[in-house]
Design a protein. Sequence first.
Length: 273
Amino acid sequence: MSDGPSQSAAKVTALALASRKGGERVVAVTAYDATFARLADQAGVDIVLVGDSLGMVIQGNSSTLPVTLDEMIYHCRAASRGVARAHLVADMPFMSYQASVEDGMRAAGRLIKEGGAHAVKVEGGVDVAPLVQRLVAAGVPVMGHVGMTPQSVHAFGGFKVQGRTASQREKILADARAVADAGAYALVIESVPRKLGAELTQAVRALTIGIGAGAGCDGQVLVMHDLLGLELAWKPRFARRYGNLGEAAQTAFAAYAADVREGRFPTDDESFE
Ligand code: KIV
């Protein structure tokens, strides 16, 4: 019998996560509302990421580029209500930080103050290092994001694996070092060869969290729709389905529709006197 919150109920902080570099692997997943954030939190996930992937999996866009800061704040605030223990990270959306450090400071401030985020995530490397430094100095934990950075989809010519050529590899290494040296406590590494994922993990002090970057990272992150099988027609090579919620939802909707049409729902027990 427990007489209080167990050790495992302690809140996950950026500091605690950073201390797990090279140790127990870190588990991160995206969520965009209170219900799924709560389910992930209660399942013991370490990091709930309110990713700008919501532009694709929630809003139905073909990229993350249309997502606005107000939309990120809305979803982050919702997710924050579901999180009791996990570390809550919010993505800085496209063009909320690329034009100037001041823009980035204000955008991060809103995600923390209005969205309830514990940390913010920025894509990029050498170019965003000055912003990372300023945010960290202001007391905002920062997660970087290198490799295939989705906000640069047009520059990459699509969502393509990065780091296969020597020059790409050098650039990603320099970017990862710049962001980690600027004080980022963690770094998402997306869609790079697994050898490079492991090399980056050795090269930086920051905790590395891979998505399509192999098993050599300090942790892994998946988009919840991929993990839960919510997108029936889509499964990226790097994702693993741990559920078939898309099929389960379709089956439930169809059963409900049939019951309504056949007069089986509602019954007297499901009605008021
Ligand atoms: O937006 C997002 O969900 C992300 C993850 C893919 C890491 O950045």
